[in-house]
Design a protein around this ligand. Structure first.
Ligand code: SF4
Length: 426
């Protein structure tokens, strides 16, 4: 079996590379380990935005095409699949990623032949192609025009793949990092799953709602070798909430220190889970920066959409004492949020020494259940968490876009804008 994995070329506002390492690299690593006699290749439309290059590879003879898509790349993914189907009429084309999980109706039609809808993506992909080879039935996959899907399966962490870094265009990712002025960072899933179910988030659907974690010793050993061999600047332990399992965190810290603290790392946590003792463990084991979802504070109030102002201030103080950096993920355009709230949240983070990062509230839940004829008429490309800009009196787009782009004077501008708004309303 000769499979080509690809993402469709598309214009992007600000690409996030984490998913290339985790949702493509780790999937490839799993497939290669499970089927060592199959051939796999990955062409990333993000860094080789040339459709003809991908199509040429297809026409030269592959047994199947596996497309990774989110919602924003859905139209480009469908376009690539259509062209591929015109070249090779009976080509199996499976699509997976957060796009098919959010808007399955969009993908459950030709030219796609199969769509991942349930359970772990790597298992779904493997079971689909195994079934095409006459071995069993596909699990967690809807076959277009086929019988109802069998349920998917969640894999124990011992079965997760390690990213196949040779298959990823690392030099192009390194250049993208230089362009974005960020470190060249390897991402890995140390854990998957979140039970919280925030209405706008697709992590529980994608990763499941039960927390599953890699064994710390194996995680440290594999990552140490990957950093050494490919010269990454740091590692993102890409978890919904790394602090959700304190025992695991202790074990990880022990394994990390035993290995000689081999690489700097960053992580994400839930602001209401993180404690001082977590931070002690993190600081002692190579953590450089902790990201937490702030979403938004409420102007002139202690309350926030996710964490309170007091809590945020307390966490900032704990982090300062331990030399840890905090990054605060802010959402612009949340229902009920005002421009005051957004500016104030941004400035409060800065004043507390928290690095603010703004993305746009993107109401994916509103896409659910929409008919495909409606989805076809929508501008899905803006559903990318970065550029979903909706003009309103309470939240002008000009403010949001300035915070997304972060020009050098953004802090002064935000202070002046908040002062001006406050003066206007007395
Ligand atoms: S806590 Fe974070 S990962 Fe979990 S559902 Fe909410 S936003 Fe998603």
């Amino acid at each position: 079996m000769n499979l080509l994995l690809a993402t469709a070329p598309t214009v992007v506002f600000n690409p996030t590379l984490h998913y290339r390492y985790t949702d493509v690299g780790e999937v490839l690593g799993y497939l290669q380990r499970e089927r060592p006699d199959w051939r796999f290749r990955f062409l990333d439309g993000l860094v080789v935005p040339v459709e003809s290059a991908i199509l040429r590879e297809i026409v030269q003879g592959v047994d199947g095409l596996v497309l990774f898509s989110d919602v924003a790349t859905a139209p480009a993914t469908r376009r690539l699949a259509t062209l591929a189907n015109q070249l090779v009429a009976d080509l199996p084309i499976l699509v997976y990623g957060k796009g098919p999980l959010r808007i399955p109706a969009y993908f459950q039609r030709p030219p796609f032949t199969a769509c991942h809808v349930d359970g772990d993506q790597e298992h779904a992909i493997l079971s689909y192609f195994d079934a095409l080879n006459g071995d069993g039935h596909p699990e967690g996959v809807v076959q277009v025009g086929g019988p109802p899907a069998y349920p998917g399966r969640r894999l124990g962490s011992a079965l997760w793949g390690w990213a196949d870094l040779e298959a990823l265009p690392l030099e192009s990712y390194r250049n993208l990092a230089i362009l974005k002025k960020i470190p060249f960072e390897l991402s890995i899933y140390p854990s998957k799953g979140c039970h919280r179910g925030c209405h706008y988030c697709d992590a529980p659907r994608h990763e499941g709602d039960v927390d599953r974690r890699r064994l710390p010793d194996a995680l440290v050993a594999w990552t140490t070798e990957a950093v050494r061999r490919y010269r990454f600047d740091c590692v993102q332990l890409h978890s919904t909430d790394l602090a959700a399992d304190p025992e695991w965190l202790k074990e990880f810290a022990r394994a990390f220190v035993k290995a000689g603290s081999p690489f700097p790392w960053t992580c994400c946590v839930h602001g209401n889970t993180l404690t001082e003792s977590h931070m002690d463990l993190m600081a002692a084991s190579g953590c450089q920066r902790i990201g937490l979802g702030v979403e938004s504070l409420i102007f002139q109030s202690n309350r926030g959409f996710k964490v309170s102002r007091r809590r945020l201030s307390q966490l900032a103080s704990y982090a300062r004492m331990r030399g840890l950096r905090l990054k605060g993920y802010i959402m612009a355009g949340l229902p009920g949020q005002t421009e005051y709230d957004l500016l104030d949240t941004y400035l409060f983070c800065l004043d507390q020494g928290i690095e603010p990062r703004v993305s746009t509230y993107t109401p994916f839940q509103e896409l659910e259940g929409l008919d495909v004829s409606v989805l076809d008429q929508m501008d899905l490309e803006r559903w990318d968490r970065k550029s979903f800009l909706v003009e309103s009196q309470a939240m002008p787009v000009s403010t949001v876009i300035r915070m997304l782009v972060r020009p050098p004077d953004v802090e002064d501008w935000a202070r002046e804008r908040l002062a001006e708004l406050t003066r206007r309303t007395g």
